[in-house]
Design a protein around this ligand. Structure first.
Ligand code: FAD
Length: 448
């Protein structure tokens, strides 16, 4: 088997070929935490050769994508280098994109690696595994709606968020230099992603507009509309939280259209089920998730209607003990009759933590542990100073709702916890202070 570029060479040289090889595909909220934790235990102790594969060289915590899209966060400030993490946490990183699986041969196939100029860096290749963990996340579900693929943007990856930001700046420049009217944006989907993006955009476009002579004279620099097919926003959250959010968005000038289905997306408008037409320079599709199409190439593993891999409570796939799945790409029902574990960062992280300790013990001959989801509640960020949500006390099991700056700080703290799991507390504090100091000399919104 050939060993292509972008592996951490020091770790590669130090790894005996006879070690049990754990290959993790996808270094997101779940996969990277698993690699770091398992590397620090089984990798460091010489129990396993832990290999993380991702299609990018850097990791960005997905719940921050709407901030990168709006320009309120510079992606370079929070991106994490996989190679650096690999050296720090005793695993190897392999740049590549999963193309398929040969379960009998215990090999995962990777796409050819091509650089920006179209030159091949590494050919299509196979990686051997003894244990495989698939954690490739999710993509948005367009439900087959015409025009979405061609004309709507999604927030699946950091590249999507950067593309959105470039389109936003171009739309603002067009308003300033040509049309003189507000920027028209339609967000399809009133779940957490759509709501958070709308709140972030209403603040960021107002900030961008303050730099332009014509834009700042408009009563509203952006006309933002959320179109939701269900009867209300945030279907997964309690009704009173959704009402608070709806009211906050209305005050921020966002139009919320509920019980409206999008029939078609065109280059400059969105057509609704009732035939009406909403002008849209930018359309964002954020209406539900599905598994990435590559999971159809997993050699017959069981999948559900959304294409997610069906797993047992041990997070093993139903048809193959050597293949595990976690996070958004997996469907786990933790107890008979219970709801499936939701596609959320906290679930992916809890699964990663369970699997890191469970696999390490398994390598020592102990049985695998079952996963139990502890719902800690959910927070929705509404711009820089506001958030709304419901937190569930782990001792009492009772939930309470809160909003405002305290909720926003709690939301911010969740991302810092993820950073601390990767960098350690001291480095996270230093990076936070450094980021804050740098931010004092920068515009509040990224203008390029
Ligand atoms: C804008 C937004 C806001 C959100 N806010 C919240 C929130 O507030 N709270 C919350 O709990 N959840 C939130 N979520 C959901 C949360 O981000 C996901 O549930 C979580 O990231 C899932 O983690 P994961 O590890 O399964 O996948 P991801 O974090 O998506 O990681 C998947 C990884 O797999 C890699 N990958 C994909 N395909 C391949 C391939 N073929 N080969 C190799 N690598 C591959 C990707 O590069 C990526 O690194 C939000 C999502 C979005 C989009």
């Amino acid at each position: 088997m050939s060993r292509p570029a972008f592996e951490s060479p020091a770790a590669e040289a130090a790894t005996p070929a006879s070690l049990h090889r754990v290959v993790i595909i996808g270094g997101g909220a779940g996969g990277l935490e698993l690699a770091a934790r398992l590397g620090d235990s089984a990798g460091r102790e010489g129990l396993a050769d832990v290999v993380l594969v991702d299609s990018a060289l850097t990791h960005l915590w997905k719940p921050l994508l709407h901030e990168v899209a709006a320009g309120t966060l510079d992606h370079q400030e929070t991106e994490v280098d996989y190679l650096q993490q690999a050296r720090r946490h005793h695993f190897r990183f392999h740049l590549g994109s999963m193309a398929g699986l040969d379960r009998a041969a215990r090999q995962v196939w990777l796409e050819p690696l091509i650089d920006e100029e179209g030159e091949e860096i590494a050919p299509r290749r196979a990686l051997d595994y003894d244990t495989l963990v698939i954690s490739v996340g999710s993509i948005v579900n367009d439900f087959g709606t015409p025009g979405v693929r061609e004309h709507a943007l999604a927030l699946n990856t950091p590249a999507d968020a950067r593309r959105f930001h470039r389109r936003l700046l171009a739309a603002c420049a067009r308003s300033e230099l040509q049309s003189g009217g507000p920027v028209e944006i339609v967000i399809v989907g009133g779940g957490a992603t759509g709501v958070e993006l709308a709140a972030e955009l209403s603040e960021s476009v107002a900030e961008i507009a303050s730099y332009g002579a014509r834009l700042q004279q408009l009563p509203q620099a952006v006309r933002l509309r959320i179109v939701e097919a269900g009867p209300r926003l945030l279907a997964a959250m309690p009704e009173h939280v959704a009402q608070t959010v709806h009211e906050d968005l209305r005050r921020a000038g966002v139009d919320v259209l509920t019980a409206q289905r999008v029939k078609e997306v065109a280059p400059d408008h969105v057509r609704l089920g009732d035939g009406s037409r909403l002008p849209a320079e930018i359309t964002v599709w954020a209406a539900g998730i599905q598994a990435p199409p590559v999971l159809a190439q997993t050699d017959g593993l069981e999948r559900n209607k959304l294409g997610q891999l069906v797993v047992r409570t041990t997070l093993q796939t139903t048809l193959d003990d050597a293949v595990f799945a976690l996070g958004d790409c997996a469907s786990c029902v933790p107890a008979p009759g219970a709801a499936p574990v939701p596609p959320r960062a906290q679930a992916a992280q809890q699964e990663a933590r369970l699997l890191a300790s469970s696999l390490e013990r398994h390598l020592r001959g102990e049985p695998l542990q079952p996963f139990a989801f502890k719902d800690k509640g959910a927070l929705v960020s509404l711009g820089r100073r506001n958030a709304v949500g419901r937190v569930i006390g782990q001792m009492t099991g009772r939930g309470f709702t809160f909003e405002g700056l305290l909720a926003r700080l709690t939301y911010w703290g969740l991302q810092r916890q993820h950073m601390a799991a990767l960098h350690g507390t001291a480095r996270t504090v230093l990076a936070t202070v450094g980021g804050w100091l740098t931010g004092r000399s920068q515009p509040r919104v990224k203008l390029h």
